[in-house]
Design a protein around this ligand. Structure first.
Ligand code: AMP
Length: 280
């Protein structure tokens, strides 16, 4: 595995691979890699001949300074995991390398970025669009891999790709979970033992909501999820919204949850902000 820290060297490595006729897959990450990230890398490895993984904590997508400062950074362990997964290039740049000057671009992401995470984390998706568009422009991958854990992010990236005219395939990959159902996340390491024990309840309630939804409306199901989660110890729901899985727009409150709808939740668990989702 080639560990590359500069844009210039990354461009060269990708150009060499393309000159050999290899198809290129890109997996953007913020490091602190876990089995969820590895599932994306494995998929890229199966589908592409040259796999680039970026490992970069992107400051422009953090709307909360403390979250940025305390974000886990585990480069050595990440490199071991990437190497074991057969990654060709690990791209691990500094902030100065990616942003030699401030990125002032504002993307017209439209309605997909206005709801849920977009409403709660101002500027977050614009920062995601900034970093992902830079990576796409440098690597020009054939395919790029994203996890459904960040369901809304995929819709935002598809919108950015359309706006910028990138010619690549966005591949969405299923959520990887711990054995107790908790969605894997780099932020899970911040949970103390008590809250780690509570956190799986989020997924359990989402699963229960599938049966509940069989004879209830969207708004009743949303209320069921929020009330059930909030009645568990220290869990506090920020939002639970059932939306169209492509447009991210709220489903008709009086409809019954069904195909093509996804429920997205954000829960504070002992000060740690966790997200998850479920398809109806
Ligand atoms: P992050 O490092 O959190 O920015 O995540 C990098 C990529 O890995 C994103 O596309 C995430 O959606 C994806 N990812 C994170 N956690 C999981 C998970 N539990 N299952 C599947 N994909 C994930």
């Amino acid at each position: 595995m080639n560990v590359i820290r500069t844009v210039k060297e990354l461009r060269q490595a990708v150009a060499d691979a393309k000159a050999k006729g290899l198809t290129v897959g890109l997996v953007p990450t913020m490091g602190a890699l876990h089995a969820g990230h590895v599932s994306l890398i494995d998929r890229a490895r199966r589908e592409c001949e040259f796999v680039v993984v970026s490992d970069f904590v992107n400051p422009t997508q953090f709307n909360n300074k403390e979250d940025l400062v305390t974000y886990p950074r585990t480069e050595a362990a990440d490199c071991e995991k990437m190497e074991a997964a057969g990654v060709d290039v690990a791209f691990i740049p500094t902030v100065e390398e990616i942003y030699p000057e401030p990125d002032t671009r504002v993307f017209d992401l439209g309605p997909v970025a206005e709801v849920m995470e977009g409403a709660m984390r101002p500027g977050h998706f614009n920062g995601v669009a900034q970093i992902v568009s830079k990576l796409f422009a440098i690597v020009e991958p054939d395919k790029a891999y994203f996890g459904e854990k960040d369901f809304q992010q995929i819709a935002v990236i598809r919108r950015m790709v359309e706006l910028e005219g990138f010619n690549l395939e966005i591949v969405d990959c299923p959520i990887m979970r711990e054995s107790d159902g908790l969605a894997m996340s780099s932020r899970n390491v911040r949970l103390d033992a008590e809250h780690r024990a509570l956190a799986p309840e989020i997924h359990k309630v989402l699963e229960k909501s599938l049966a509940y939804a069989a004879d209830h409306t969207v708004s009743e199901t949303e209320r069921f999820v929020v009330e059930t989660i909030n009645s568990t110890g220290d869990l506090e729901t920020e939002y639970y919204q059932i939306v169209d899985a492509l447009t991210m727009q709220p489903a008709d409150p009086s409809a019954q949850p069904g195909k093509g709808m996804v429920g997205c939740v954000t829960v504070y668990c002992g000060g740690v902000r966790l997200i998850d989702n479920i398809k109806y």
